[in-house]
Write a protein that binds this ligand. Sequence first.
Ligand code: 2U9
Length: 360
Amino acid sequence: MQPIDEIRVRLDGDMQKLESLVAAPGAVAGAPANEGEGAKALSRQFEELKVRYLGKKGDISGLLRVMGTLAPEARPEYGKLVNELRDIAEARFAALQAKIQEAEIADSVSGSTLDATLPGYRVPLGSLHPMTQVREEIISFFQGLGFELALAPEVDNDWYNFEALNIPPDHPSRDMHDTFYVDDKVVLRTHTSNVQVHYMETHQDQPIRIIAPGFVYRVDNDATHSPMFQQVECLVVDKDISFANLKGTLFLWARHMFGTETTMRFRPSYFPFTEPSAEMDVSCYFCKGQGCRTCKQTGWIEIGGCGSVDPNVFGKVGWDPEKYTGFAFGFGIDRITMLKYGIPDISHLTRNDNRFLRQF
Ligand code: 2U9
């Protein structure tokens, strides 16, 4: 017999033996006492056989190595036959490997205690914290009006938190802010107004419309105050921006947030960075302005502060107050969240009690 035929016959015999072993019931699992051994043994036999025929030093490669000893005219036909044999061997090994894998999977399922028909465990799904939901809603509302999201560091220089905002070192409003000092010149920001200062410095002489959400810090810790809380501030600067633009923008926002029947009022106030300044109230969400416990019988709820950008602030950041005017406003996200959802106690927002959180 020619060497090619001899290897073909031997391969066929070896493969038939292994194929019938794989097909035999329980062959893969082996005896129950040494479960899994059968599968391992079969895989080992499979690999040995594959290397013997198809490995680099295997029988079929060996057939090609002797090609050089043949007469040149016999080589093409010989090469064709060896390649055919290799294709047949590869196809048979691939088919057998797939059968072994299938049998292994079937065995691992039947041999284990897994019952694929049992109902699964419910994985508890979380949800965003109500303050996060409110923050995202505020941001997306103002983005819809064309405001751009702007951010700045929570640890910042005194200049960005105070000086550029018309708050010199001995200014009484520094006490109002109860600042955490990192050192003489570095603070944990007491408001997100530092964002606007950075932005105005880097975007000179062009219209500005930004929303600045973020965490702020004050030395304050009681039933209604936390040393770390979240604020949102907005700044608009352009030619001919008026207090009327500020009121229009805030009305739109308040109606979006608290319902179309919401009305607003502005009370004169003072901030070093705005002039004129005002506190803004919305009509009480719970009693619709009739007076209740939440609004302390006034019909109004204070939600933040606002004003026209003080000309001194423009000067500090290198802008011409003769050319530009602007408005700014800010509110605490915790307060807006409590109002929107009727949460009576601020501590719910930080207690991490699942009975509270899963309502949102
Ligand atoms: C620049 C110019 C003006 C930001 C403003 C307020 C009014 C305000 C507080 C409300 C409640 C924050 O959470 S709170 O304590 N904020 O009342 N903030 S105007 O004015 C700016 C900011 C930056 C350059």
